[in-house]
Design a protein around this ligand. Structure first.
Ligand code: BG6
Ligand code: MG
Length: 224
């Protein structure tokens, strides 16, 4: 039986540590409404964890927009999003997030945040968790966005760990796919229909402890 030798946690940000996924959705909804393009929460599910440009492409489909228009729409969506996150604080951390970060630090587990967002650094600073992490991989770090494993591999490298020593915590199907493709352990946050491919699926981080997760990973290995 292979060893479970977890030394690092790589957290996605939007939808895992804080509910900015909702603001991304609201900003896209505003843009789609202005452009007269049908869009709703259900369609937004396909955008979860997806880069800014790829998200816009999914919204516009085969409608013929020029590159200039695409650039303008991406900038406009981002300005709505930046406005929406203006007033976030530590109160916007999702339940259980801070306790788990503290427990991991105490256990000397390395921590990275790997988010495809170019706004990740701002969000982390506003949430007051910059001092709790060892590394940040964001929308500026790699070329290929999730579902490519590049961002998580970059984060593991930053932590000086092998992929198999890292657990990725993700709320997006694209992120779980990226983690598995990168040879990492995956914890999916959300419904099984979305993150069911992860090794462990949890509804959220409330009450989640490193102690319990360790047990579950070991149990997972012994039964697989
Ligand atoms: C991801 C979000 O973290 O970042 C996506 O889950 C978002 O919804 C992507 O599109 C890019 O973010 P930004 O802030 O650079 O537009
Ligand atoms: Mg996410």
């Amino acid at each position: 039986m292979p060893n479970v030798d977890i030394r690092g946690f790589i957290f996605d940000l939007d939808g895992v540590l804080t509910d900015t996924a909702e603001y991304h959705y609201l900003a896209w909804q505003k843009l789609a409404d202005e452009a007269g393009i049908p869009f709703n929460r259900e369609k937004n599910e396909a955008l979860r964890g997806v880069s800014r440009r790829a998200s816009l492409m999914l919204i516009i489909g085969d409608r013929p927009y020029s590159e200039d228009q695409i650039q303008e729409m991406m900038a406009r969506k981002n300005s709505y999003y930046v406005q929406m996150i203006e007033n976030i604080t530590a109160k916007d951390l999702l339940p259980g997030a801070i306790a788990l970060l503290h427990e991991l630090r105490q256990a000397k587990i390395k921590i990275a945040i790997a988010s495809g967002s170019k706004n990740a650094r701002t969000v982390i600073t506003k949430l007051g968790i910059a001092d709790l992490i060892d590394s940040l991989a964001d929308g500026y770090s790699v070329q290929k966005a999730k579902p490519a494993p590049d961002l998580f591999l970059y984060a593991a490298h930053q932590l000086d760990l092998n992929p198999s020593q890292c657990v990725v915590v993700e709320d997006a199907a694209a992120g779980v796919e990226a983690a598995l493709d990168g040879g990492m352990w995956a914890i999916g946050i959300g419904p099984v229909e979305r993150v069911g491919k992860a090794h462990i699926v949890l509804p959220n981080l409330a009450g989640v402890t490193w102690k319990d997760l360790q047990f579950r990973f070991i149990h997972k290995l012994s039964t697989s």
